[in-house]
Design a protein around this ligand. Sequence first.
Ligand code: LLP
Length: 418
Amino acid sequence: MHDFQYKKSELYAEKVPVRKIAEEFGTPLYIYSHQTLVRHYTAFKNAFNGYPHIICFALKANSNLSILKLLAKEGCGADVVSGGELFLAIKAGVSAKKIVYAGVGKTGDEIRYALKSGILMFNIESTDELKAINKIAGESGIKAPIAFRVNPNINASTHPYISTGLKKHKFGIPMEHAIEHYKLARRMPHIDIMGIHCHIGSQITKISPFVEALKKILLLAKKLKYNDINIKYLDIGGGLGITYSNEVSPDPEDIAKEIIPLVRENNFTLILEPGRSIAGNAGILVTKVLYLKNSHKKEFVIVDAGMNDLIRPSLYEAYHHILPVKKNKRTEILADIVGPICESGDFIARERKLNAPAHRDLLAIMSAGAYGFSMSSNYNSRLRPAEILVKGSEYFIIRERETYNDLIRGEKIPGFLK
Ligand code: LLP
């Protein structure tokens, strides 16, 4: 569900015509709906209401400060994977005690920063990392709160690039070595064992992989208890899918209904790390048709958004609905919708049916609120787009479009070239 709907033939973001915002701020342009973001977060909060839990929004999906602030205001925590994301979460006012930190390659500086910030826990992915964290915590005479990210070897049946819970993946420690890792951690003077973490993949449209993963980590928690290691937090990661085309994903409530009975008897706190399911359908990317071209009997619609603005179609062959900002009755064509970047892989959609757009028409690339701007780049020295937050009939610029000077920010010319 989202708040980008037609009124008559015009696409609106909540109560504002998309065309109006695009005319004011130019294109390509990301537009987010405040109402959708809050509703998606609240759906998680309400679904798990009956059991102790923390919802930690995965910043990698969208790390715009205003979006983080609005989620933090609702009580949301954060799942971070870099010093930069930790900085943004803190800056947005997320309580440190609701921040979990994952990722296979945390640096010494990042570990020090997270310790100093007093985060809830590190989700550790290897023995080497455990040793580094123990050593760094020791230097400050403190204990580092940790969980191990275990790899439950579950097939999340999603795109291979975003599936993470199989043995062949670089993430987590194998389930069968988990106990020995926890025993090793227990012997370390500067480690505080807090929980178990797992994340099996992204854009998962079934409930069963989550249940299967939870059952495996519950079994591990039981074995740990038998070894006198008591776990407080069960972090079951993110990964809930959304509708891009016609997929039907379970709601947070459907997941909660299956999951809560499994943990009801225990005194755990559940942690969830949704990213896409909160932000994905809360954002669109608006683009303008620059040119139409027919080569070798193939139609191309050339738009002003490229793979640098939204890389998902190029990288994962991901499908995004493309809607006209103003509906028209022109004949339907089958076209590739492509960006201006000098690569054949720069496409937004291939062989897509749409009413023939005209020069300067606006198109909305739907479901672009997660892994859209956050994966954007300056490739081809293109300026990254502006971002707008709509709230009812008001709208706010939450990131300025970059300027040419932004492209050289931080660059230095050596003396011999001056
Ligand atoms: N927690 C961990 C440890 C993760 O690695 C991820 C995503 C999440 C939570 C959030 O997952 P979500 O709820 O958003 O599915 N760029 C790809 C998605 C990569 C996801 C990586 N990890 C895409 O555009 O589809």
